[in-house]
Design a protein around this ligand. Structure first.
Ligand code: NI
Length: 173
């Protein structure tokens, strides 16, 4: 079997990042192939999470691995936040779709998420710390939201300008 392909990642401010993803109807071979490609893409880019939206597939699929050893893959299909702690904390976030940009976003410090895993089995994941933040960040992607949208309009404008310029330079090279 061929290794799963590494997929191109959409870069902010690509308007396709604002697409709202549809629920997955069946966890079948097509979805399992998508998951394998998403993990290959995320690990290749040294990311800790990737939503299908970021590879221009608009279905509710997320892959995550927040482990140092890069060997604890987590799949969330059709995830729902059942509970989020009222206590929030501001932490620095980055995103594979917004390369080189890191800024503070306020998130619940703990969440309980219900989702299907890669075998289509329902799971409940209780998380705090980095995993809780990562799940909230990736679930935003499925709603068409990128973390920079939590920042001030001034900062968003600066980030857009910087990334558009960087992408032009890549195209010219
Ligand atoms: Ni992201």
């Amino acid at each position: 079997m061929n290794p799963p392909p590494i997929l191109p990642i959409l870069r902010y401010p690509d308007p396709r990042l604002h697409t709202v993803a549809r629920p997955v109807v069946a966890v079948d071979a097509r979805i399992r192939e998508l998951i394998a490609s998403m993990f290959a893409t995320m690990y290749d880019a040294n990311g800790i999470g990737l939503a299908a939206t970021q590879v221009d597939v608009h279905e509710r699929v997320i892959v995550i691995d927040v482990s140092e050893s890069r060997d604890q893959p987590l799949v969330l299909i059709n995830p729902v936040i059942e509970w989020a702690s009222p206590e929030k904390r501001k932490g620095e976030e980055g995103c594979l779709s917004v390369p080189g940009i890191y800024d503070g976003v306020e998130r619940s410090i703990a969440v309980r998420v219900r989702a299907l895993d890669g075998d289509g089995h329902e799971r409940v994941i209780e998380a705090e710390g980095m995993l809780a933040v990562c799940m909230q960040h990736e679930m935003d992607h499925l709603l068409g939201k990128v973390f920079v949208e939590y920042l001030s309009p001034l900062k968003q404008g600066r980030i857009k300008t910087k990334l558009v310029k960087a992408q032009r330079e890549v195209q010219r090279a």
